[in-house]
Design a protein around this ligand. Structure first.
Ligand SMILES: [Zn+2]
Length: 201
């Protein structure tokens, strides 16, 4: 609960918070005795959108910090008031100008990154052509890359290389899967669930 120190005062009334163990819970919560409310800290959710066409995937070169100039995939934090699929479609649109219906986003994986209290939800969309992306404030270049051409040496998140390799394997074989598990500094640990039916649009 080291992160519990990050909030010292109640966001409603400004009173100092203390730690309190609520009934039937294992962990201590930040508690405002003036408001009689607990302030919960929960994991944040990020989404990513992998677009693929034949055996290529759409990579984007980041135009903003952090990792400006390095290569990644459209991704970002889910916002309040939108579904996970809507978040994935929005990030894709903001970073590439490509508009895909949110309900067409197909789930691929859910990863808990426990050390930093984040959850990554990855979606894919199989394109019928290699669509042109737009350069945006967030994206300074883009490209559809086969596995052997991909900018592996300039990845913004090299820790995700194993995941991306698995996505390429799925794209190349058209054998898709759903994975759930954990990512940490010591590596990734996921269980894969094969999808029985190929999903077409
Ligand atoms: Zn309060």
């Amino acid at each position: 609960m080291s992160d519990a120190k990050s909030m010292n005062f109640c966001c409603y009334c400004g009173s100092a918070l203390s730690l309190k163990r609520l009934q039937e819970e294992d962990v201590e919560r930040l508690w405002c005795s003036a408001c009689s409310v607990a302030h919960y800290k929960n994991p944040t959710v990020l989404v990513a959108a992998f677009l693929h066409y034949e055996d290529t995937m759409l990579w984007t070169q980041r135009g903003i910090e952090p990792f400006k100039g390095l290569w990644a995939f459209p991704a970002g934090f889910a916002e309040c008031g939108e579904s996970l699929q809507q978040a994935a479609a929005r990030e894709l649109r903001e970073e590439t100008g490509i508009d895909i219906p949110s309900k067409a986003m197909i789930p691929m994986s859910v990863s808990s990154v426990v050390p930093i209290d984040q959850i990554y939800v990855v979606f894919r969309y199989q394109c019928s052509e290699a669509m042109a992306a737009k350069l945006t404030a967030e994206t300074q270049d883009w490209g559809w890359y086969k596995r052997e051409e991909a900018p592996w040496s300039a990845m913004a998140h090299p820790e995700s290389k194993a995941l991306i390799e698995q996505v390429y394997s799925a794209v190349e074989s058209q054998r898709f899967f759903f994975r759930i598990g954990e990512m940490s500094n010591s590596g990734n640990c996921h269980q894969s669930y094969t999808l029985l039916d190929k999903i077409n649009h």
